[in-house]
Each structure stands twice: as C-alpha cells, then as structure tokens.
Design a protein around this ligand. Structure first.
Ligand code: FAD
Length: 242
C-alpha cells in the first residue's frame, strides 16, 4: 500500500508554477521541485547562460578566447577556425598532438603511502585516494587487518626484511589496539609509509608523458619506478606516439 506521501508524489501536476503542500514549487521546465528562492536563482543563472553562454565564459576566462573567439558573438575571429563538438569516440581519431591533449586516462595504482604522497604533487591531475581517516582496517571488508606493500629494497630472507616485517606487525597491533577506543583517524597516526593505498589518477596523455619522464628517471624513488616503468610501457603500447 502506498503511504500518503508516495501517493501525493505520483499525482500529475496541473500547471507550471504550482505550489505544493510541502511549500516547494514544481516547475515543468526544470523538471523538479524547488523552493521559490532556488527557482529564482536557477532562472537567473540559466537565463544568463541561455543569453550567451560563451560571452559569460569569455568574461570569466579571457585567455581562452583571446585571438580565437570574438567574446561578443562567440564566433571564431579567424574564418578558418572551425568549432565543432565531437564525441568521445572521435577523440581517438584526432591527430597525435590533439590526442595528447584531449585523451584523458584514469589509472588506478595500488602502492604504498609514500608513493601516493609523491603522486599527489602532480597538481594538474585529479585524484581519488583511499582515506585512512575513514577506512577502518579492523572491519570485515579489510579482513580485520592492515595491508602493507613489501618494499623492493630488502631480500625476503634478509635480516633487514625481518626487521621491516616486525615493525609492520607491531604497527598493526598498535593500530588495532587504538581502534578499540579511538576513531580510525586517530588510530591511523601510528600507520607507516608501507601501508597499502589505492589511488586513482586522472589527466591527459600530455600530463602523463610529463609525469612518466619525471617518475621513471634514475633519480626517482625505486618504488615509484617499479610501477611507472610498466605503466609507461602499457601506455606506449596503446598510444604509440608517446
Ligand atoms: C626525482 C624527484 C625528486 C623529488 N624530490 C622532492 C623533494 O625532495 N622535495 C619536494 O618537496 N618535492 C620533490 N619532488 C617533487 C617535485 O618538486 C614536484 O612537486 C613534482 O615532481 C610535481 O611536479 P610537476 O611539474 O609534475 O607538477 P606540478 O608542480 O603540479 O606542475 C605541473 C605543470 O602544471 C603547471 N601548474 C601547476 N599548477 C599550476 C597552477 N596553479 N597554475 C598554472 N600552472 C600550474 C606547472 O607549471 C607545470 O607545468 C621530487 C620529484 C622528483 C621527480
């Protein structure tokens, strides 16, 4: 059985501009309920954009328009310039230099926390990174344990590796103990750089090329090169112009 609220929501609305009993305003043009104040704001914003979306952009970002578009007509200054909206599939068909700028690639890396600290320095990219403030590694989804990335620096049967392993086990114990009374964000303060972290990075091929050149160089962190070199090979296989 429908409750009263669901029933009311299913009723057809008679006209544009109808006030509803819950003091919202249903507007067919915008296809949703909104308060009168929100509607006014929407109209103002949409009105301006409808008038000349491009002239608003030209005002805000003049450098994008300089010498290419006339800010008043929003048309190209040079008659030879063609403006065309193209679909994602057509991006792949662009000439190499344009493809480098317009093909964006998102990559998920599973690395240690030290590597993600380095990756997020590339400010042109967008990031989505595992949060140690919100992830509670004691939960079932993490098998109730902290996951660490084995460093490539130590041979597995070496004394150094054993030292590293003991340090990780101690850190995990302290973290799980703290979680009994503290929040994940407070408990994470004892977590080390070797913690596994997932990060998604998104940028265009041009930026990836720049990042790869920095992060595969001899001076780069070996843990970074460990992921960047195979990634660069894969990217080159897909985009040979890189
Ligand atoms: C081997 C190596 C060692 C390193 N060692 C250290 C270290 O010891 N300490 C340390 O602090 N860092 C270190 N770094 C990090 C380094 O300093 C840079 O922060 C990092 O490499 C990112 O540089 P980037 O040019 O790719 O990115 P960004 O600095 O993000 O710049 C990318 C591009 O965008 C442009 N850009 C960025 N932001 C803007 C903006 N707001 N407006 C306009 N243009 C913008 C830049 O000019 C550049 O062309 C190291 C890096 C490497 C590769």
């Amino acid at each position: 059985m429908l409750d009263k609220r669901q029933d009311r929501d299913r009723r057809p609305y008679r006209s544009v501009g109808e006030y509803r009993r819950d003091h919202t305003y249903y507007n067919k043009d915008y296809g949703r309920n909104m308060s009168p104040a929100a509607l006014e704001h929407e109209k103002k914003v949409r009105g301006v954009y409808a008038k000349s979306e491009k002239s608003v952009l030209a005002e805000r970002e003049p450098y994008l328009y300089e010498g290419i578009f006339d800010p008043d007509t929003a048309g190209p200054v040079d008659a030879d310039v063609q403006v065309k909206k193209i679909g994602l599939k057509d991006v792949e068909k662009l000439a190499d230099d344009l493809l480098m700028r317009h093909r964006y690639v998102g990559v998920k890396f599973i690395v240690n926390r030290a590597v993600t600290h380095e990756l997020v320095r590339h400010r042109v990219c967008s990031f989505l990174q595992e949060s140690q403030r919100y992830c509670n590694y004691n939960k079932e989804k993490f098998d109730g344990q902290v996951t660490f990335i084995k460093p490539l620096f130590f041979e597995e049967d070496s004394e150094k590796y054993q030292l590293w392993k003991t340090a990780m086990e101690d850190a995990e114990k302290k973290y799980l103990k703290l979680l009994e009374s503290a929040s994940p964000q407070a408990s994470r303060t004892v977590l080390p750089n070797s913690c596994k972290t997932e990060i998604i990075m998104y940028c265009n091929l041009q930026e990836w090329q720049h990042i790869i050149s920095l992060r595969t160089s001899k001076g780069a962190d070996p843990s970074m090169r460990e992921i960047m070199i195979p990634f660069a090979e894969e990217l080159k296989r897909r985009y040979p112009m890189m």
